[in-house]
Write a protein that binds this ligand. Structure first.
Ligand SMILES: [Zn+2]
Ligand SMILES: [Zn+2]
Ligand SMILES: [Zn+2]
Length: 102
């Protein structure tokens, strides 16, 4: 079972928030996540990982063959992702196509 206050849980940098940042937007995530949820289902490969700040879905970046993070946005309209890479805390809004980290 995951511990609720694991030390690998790191703040997301939302220092330049857009209108899509809400009180219930996820602001702490575990880096690195275990993998792309959708690639693991189909045996796919990923390059970098992105984490949805609406529901916590972990998916692969646009440099990955299946681009599951972008597919998740298109399917769900969940607008904001953060990096799943260790040491990266930036966030990106797909709806506004803008970075939310100053
Ligand atoms: Zn936005
Ligand atoms: Zn994937
Ligand atoms: Zn989501």
């Amino acid at each position: 079972m995951a511990k609720p206050h694991d030390h690998s849980e790191i703040n997301v940098d939302l220092s330049a928030p857009c209108a899509h940042v809400r009180p219930d937007t996820i602001t702490h995530v575990h880096r690195p996540p275990p993998g792309c949820e959708d690639c693991m289902k189909i045996g796919g490969q990923w390059v970098h990982l992105r984490i949805c700040l609406t529901c916590g879905h972990q998916a692969c970046c646009d440099s990955s063959p299946n681009r599951h993070a972008t597919a998740h946005f298109k399917a769900t309209k969940h607008p904001i992702v953060t990096s799943g890479e260790v040491g990266e805390t930036w966030a990106w809004c797909y709806a506004d196509e803008q970075a939310l980290s100053s």
